[in-house]
Write a protein that binds this ligand. Structure first.
Ligand code: ADP
Ligand code: ASP
Ligand code: MG
Length: 401
C-alpha cells in the first residue's frame, strides 16, 4: 500500500463530466489499495472570473478581501469532487486549506506555506477516507484566509507530499506532461520523459505554466519526485527529479513570458553608487529585477535598463522618481516586450547554443533588444508581436533535426 498525492488543475475539473472523470481516476487509485490525498484547483476559469467580479466593484480591492473571495473557487470544487466520489461509492472527506493544516505567512495574495499541521489529514487517512484538499490556500497568524499566488495549487500538492512523506506526487493537467515548448502553440513540441528540478525550475520561472515555479522549488528542497500527466488520457507523463536522463538533448525547452516590463532610466550621472542605490530601492520594495543592462550615455551620463514583471512596473517607477532627482522624460517604460528563453543543463558543456538561438531569430528578422544568460538558460527580450514566431523559429532550430 502506498500514499499517493494527486493534484487536478482547473481544466481537469471544469464541468460535471470532467469532475466525474477525475473521481474515476481517484477511486481507481484508492481501490488498488492506496491511501489517497487529492488537491484540487478551482473549476475552469473560476479564479479569473472572480477577479473580474471584484474589479467590477472596486478597482483597488484590499488583498485580504481578494483572498477571501478567491479561496471560494476551490471550496466549490472540493465539495463537488467529494460528491462525485461519494456517488462512486468510496468514503471521502473534503477539507479547506486551514482544515488541512496549511499555515502560511501573512502576505495576502502571495502567502508562503510555513508549515502543515498534518494531524487532521492523518486522522482522515486512518479512517480510510479519500481526502480532498482545497489547493492554493491557507490561513495566517491572524486566522485570515490567504492564497499562495496564481497556480499555487501545485505547491499545495507538493507541500502535502513532503509533509506526509508520500510515495508519489502526481500533478494531473490538460496536457500529457512537460514538453519542449507549449504543446498548444508548437505542434512539433516533444514530450520529455524526465527532467531535473533545476531545468524545470527555469522552465517554470521563464513561462512554462504547466508547473508553478514555487512547487518545483519545494519539490527540490524536500526531494519530492513529481509526475506531470494528463487527466484525460491515461499515458505516462514526465517525471521531475534530481537526476534525469538527458535524452540526447542539448536544450530541454523553449519558453515565452509576456509578463515583462522594460524600464529605462536615462541621463543619470556617471558616478559610483548609482546602480547600488537604484536596485537596493527596488529590493526594499520587494521587486524582483530580471535582465539588467547599463550603458554609457552622452555628457558623462549613463543609462540603466532593466526588466520587472508588469504588475511591479508602476511601483518601480515611483521608487526611482523618489530616489533620484530625475525628469519624467528620462524614465521610459515599455510593456510591449516578451522574453523568449531556451533552457537545458546540456548547454553548459556545449558551446554554440547562444549563436544557434540568435541565428534562428536573425533568419526570421526578429530583433533582439536585451540578452541574459546563466549556466542553463539563455533569454532574449524582443517585441511582443514577434513572440510566437520567435518560439516557433527557436524551437525548430533546436528540435527539428
Ligand atoms: P492546470 O489547470 O492543470 O494547473 P495550467 O493551465 O496551469 O493547468 O498548465 C497547463 C498548461 O501549460 C497547458 O495547457 C499548456 O498549454 C501550458 N504549457 C506551457 N508550456 C508548457 C510546456 N513546456 N509543457 C507543457 N505544457 C505547457
Ligand atoms: N485557482 C488558482 C489559480 O487559478 C490556483 C491554481 O489553479 O493552481 O491560480
Ligand atoms: Mg496550473
Amino acid at each position: 500500500m502506498s500514499l499517493i498525492v494527486q493534484k487536478f488543475g482547473g481544466s481537469s475539473v471544469a464541468d460535471a463530466e470532467r469532475v466525474m472523470n477525475v473521481a474515476g481516476i481517484i477511486t481507481d487509485t484508492y481501490r488498488q489499495g492506496n491511501d489517497v490525498v487529492v488537491v484540487v484547483s478551482a473549476q475552469g476559469d473560476t479564479t479569473d472570473d472572480l477577479i473580474e467580479k471584484a474589479y467590477e466593484i472596486n478597482d483597488k480591492p484590499s488583498k485580504r478581501e481578494m483572498d477571501m473571495l478567491l479561496t471560494s473557487g476551490e471550496q466549490i470544487s472540493i465539495a463537488l469532487l467529494a460528491m462525485a466520489i461519494e456517488k462512486l461509492g468510496c468514503p471521502v472527506v473534503s477539507l479547506l486549506g486551514w482544515q488541512a493544516g496549511f499555515n502560511t505567512s501573512s502576505a495576502y495574495g502571495q502567502a508562503r506555506i510555513k508549515s502543515i499541521k498534518s494531524d487532521r489529514l492523518k486522522a482522515e487517512l486512518d479512517h480510510h477516507n479519500i481526502v480532498i484538499v482545497a489547493g492554493f490556500q491557507g490561513i495566517n497568524k491572524y486566522d485570515d484566509l490567504t492564497t499562495l499566488g496564481r497556480g499555487g495549487s501545485d505547491t499545495s500538492a507538493v507541500a502535502i507530499a513532503a509533509a506526509l512523506h508520500a510515495d508519489r506526487c502526481q500533478i494531473f493537467t490538460d496536457v500529457e506532461g512537460v514538453f519542449t515548448a507549449d504543446p498548444r502553440k508548437v505542434k512539433d513540441a516533444i514530450k520529455l520523459h524526465e527532467i531535473t528540478y533545476d531545468e524545470m525550475l527555469e522552465l517554470a520561472t521563464l513561462g512554462a505554466q504547466v508547473l508553478n515555479n514555487r512547487s518545483v522549488e519545494m519539490a527540490k528542497k524536500y526531494n519530492v519526485e513529481i509526475e506531470v500527466l494528463s487527466s484525460l488520457k491515461r499515458v505516462p507523463g514526465t517525471v521531475v527529479k534530481e537526476v534525469a536522463k538527458m535524452e540526447k538533448m542539448l536544450v530541454r525547452g523553449v519558453t515565452k513570458d509576456t509578463d515583462v516590463a522594460r524600464i529605462s532610466v536615462t541621463n543619470i550621472p556617471n558616478i559610483p553608487g548609482i546602480a547600488f542605490k537604484l536596485f537596493s530601492k527596488l529590493a526594499q520594495k520587494k521587486i524582483n529585477v530580471d535582465i539588467i543592462l547599463q550603458s554609457v550615455g552622452r555628457d558623462d551620463t549613463k543609462d540603466i535598463t532593466f526588466t520587472v514583471s508588469k504588475d511591479n512596473a508602476q511601483t518601480a517607477i515611483e521608487a526611482i522618481k523618489n530616489t533620484f532627482d530625475i525628469e519624467e522624460k528620462d524614465i521610459i517604460c515599455d510593456t510591449s516586450v516578451a522574453k523568449i528563453s531556451v533552457v537545458g543543463a546540456g548547454m553548459e558543456s556545449h558551446p554554440g547554443t547562444a549563436s544557434k538561438m540568435f541565428e534562428a531569430l536573425f533568419e526570421n528578422d526578429i530583433n533582439i533588444d536585451m540578452i541574459s544568460t546563466s549556466e542553463i538558460k539563455i533569454s532574449v527580450l524582443i517585441d511582443i508581436n514577434d513572440a510566437d514566431r520567435a518560439v516557433l523559429a527557436v524551437h525548430r532550430a533546436f528540435f527539428n533535426n
